[in-house]
Write a new protein. Structure first.
Length: 162
């Protein structure tokens, strides 16, 4: 339980993504997945019925597990670099860009992921991690800018690169 508290209270969305990638790289699957919001929808500017929420949460969970497993397979062959950060605050149900992380309710962290591929060129992927600032637990990853289907070629390349 101490780990959940430590992971959930990351001081910034950037720290949360870095910690997630580090844990996943070391095959710390359980710790890495604690950095994803897999139980709540988060602050949504639209309303989903219960069945839609279940479908969305199942998709989020599957995406998180598949990406985490692939990063674990890559292990020490993975490197990443932050390419940009955007912060948003929620006013009147509308996310607005802000320069202040302290005022932000949401963030997008753009990452360049590189995986050394034995005897071949590097595997490269750009991912934008979307995060939500939970009022109690701190920053959590809520998704990516890509669906599981769009990410599948990258995941397959990583799995085959063992």
């Amino acid at each position: 339980m101490l780990l959940l508290s430590a992971c959930g209270s990351s001081s910034s969305p950037e720290d949360t993504v870095d910690l997630y990638l580090s844990e996943a790289e070391q095959r710390g699957t359980e710790a890495a997945l604690l950095l994803w919001e897999l139980t709540e929808m988060g602050t949504e500017s639209f309303t989903l019925d219960e069945e839609q929420q279940k479908i969305r949460m199942h998709g989020r969970r599957t995406l998180a597990i598949e990406l985490t497993d692939a990063i674990g397979i890559a292990g020490a062959r993975i490197t990443w670099k932050r390419e940009g950060t955007s912060y948003y605050n929620l006013r009147n149900g509308i996310p607005l860009v802000t320069d202040s992380r302290n005022e932000a309710d949401f963030a997008t962290i753009n990452m360049r992921i590189l995986i050394e591929n034995r005897n071949e060129s590097q595997i490269e992927e750009y991912l934008a991690f979307n995060l939500w600032m939970h009022p109690i637990d701190g920053w959590s990853i809520t998704g990516l800018d890509k669906s599981l289907m769009a990410l599948e070629p990258f995941l397959n390349s990583v799995r085959q690169s063992k």
